[in-house]
Design a protein around this ligand. Structure first.
Ligand code: FES
Length: 335
């Protein structure tokens, strides 16, 4: 059975089968709703059902308060009637923008005990357009995919620099640390995602957990190249000092409008804030009413940041997040 989905306050309409997700149907129709894990874990695809009835395929990360407000995760919602929906954002996909290409391992560098820089180069003559903050898919031989954000700015369009954190036992990340070598050829599809800088004069709060630093580095480098001047503060958090593995923040600090707050959550150390990274933001600001926030890290952090920042006055439409979800977390979320 086919239902019609309309997007509130837009001209967008698309058909959706009773057994497919609203997210899949939107993509089939050439429309892009933000997503990351596609498994009901990260919350990126959250939006509201304005009218009609939808049902979840499986358990997901939504809480009771969200459900009471009519919110759903579009990757996990299938229609039971025609629907009017209100996603956080929706846009027409550009079918020519995304490319699948071989990518050669050009450089491997251990940035921290559990973080590897994997610098990929595309074949000669191939340039890939992406926005600072977006990610790519690496396609494995068995067809599975893994998402990684580019840490390089879009101007460096002949390759992609990825910060890959070792997930113990991870089917992809373990070989990266133990077997991948210079010259190996991978397959990448690029770009994905809508985590990118929005036009505004508001001061920016960048909040990165561990390798959530990568897309934020791409955005800040891109702002520098393009001469975009805004007040910005980077809160970068890790459990231990080795997790803050880049000296780029020191370079960016030459800009008087850039401020850096390194945060450690395990052991206190002189020169580092001791807290959860998003809580360090709240320590410094009584109200977030005048800010934009860009937050990248594990879902539990991005979700807590969203809830607590909005409670501190941040307008919900000024909060942008990219949640990193490991395969283990997806598997733990159920079928
Ligand atoms: Fe739907 Fe992650 S994409 S919850």
């Amino acid at each position: 059975m086919t239902f019609q989905i309309s997007v509130a306050d837009t001209e967008f309409r698309f058909p959706c089968e009773a057994n497919e997700s609203v997210l899949d149907a939107a993509q089939r129709a050439g429309l892009e709703i933000p997503f990351s894990c596609r498994k009901g874990v990260c919350g990126t695809c959250k939006g509201r059902i304005v009218s009609g009835e939808a049902r979840a395929f499986a358990g997901d990360a939504l809480g009771a308060a969200d459900r009471a407000e009519g919110n759903v995760l579009f990757c996990n919602a299938r229609p039971r009637s025609d629907l009017v929906i209100a996603p956080r954002s929706i846009s027409k996909a550009n079918p020519f923008a995304r490319k699948t290409t071989p990518a050669r391992v050009f450089r491997l560098q251990r940035l921290a005990p559990d973080v590897m820089l994997v610098h990929l180069r595309f074949p000669a003559g191939i340039r890939v357009k992406f926005k600072a903050g977006q990610h790519l898919n690496l396609i494995l031989e068995n067809g599975e995919r893994r998402d990684f954000s580019m840490a390089n700015p879009p101007r460096e369009s002949d390759g992609a620099q990825l910060h890959i954190r070792h997930v113990p036992g991870g089917a992809f990340t373990s070989p990266v640390f133990n077997g991948l070598k210079r010259g190996d050829i991978l397959t990448a599809e690029i770009p994905f995602g809508d985590f990118s800088l929005r036009d505004s004069d508001k001061p920016i709060l960048f909040v990165a957990g561990s390798t959530g630093f990568a897309p934020i580095a791409s955005i800040i480098e891109d702002m520098t190249i393009r001469g975009i001047e805004r007040d910005m503060t980077l809160y970068w958090g890790a459990r231990q000092r080795s997790g803050l593995y880049s000296d780029l923040p020191g370079k960016w600090a030459q800009n008087p409008r850039f401020k850096y707050v390194p945060v450690l959550s395990d052991t206190p150390e002189a020169g580092f804030r001791h807290n959860l990274v998003h809580r360090a933001v709240l320590e410094d600001h009584h109200s977030l009413a005048g800010f934009q926030a860009y937050v990248c890290g594990v879902p539990v952090m991005t979700q807590a940041a969203r809830d607590e920042f909005v409670a501190a006055g941040l307008p919900e439409n000024e909060f942008f997040a990219d949640a990193f979800v490991t395969r283990a977390e997806v598997a733990a979320s159920g079928p």
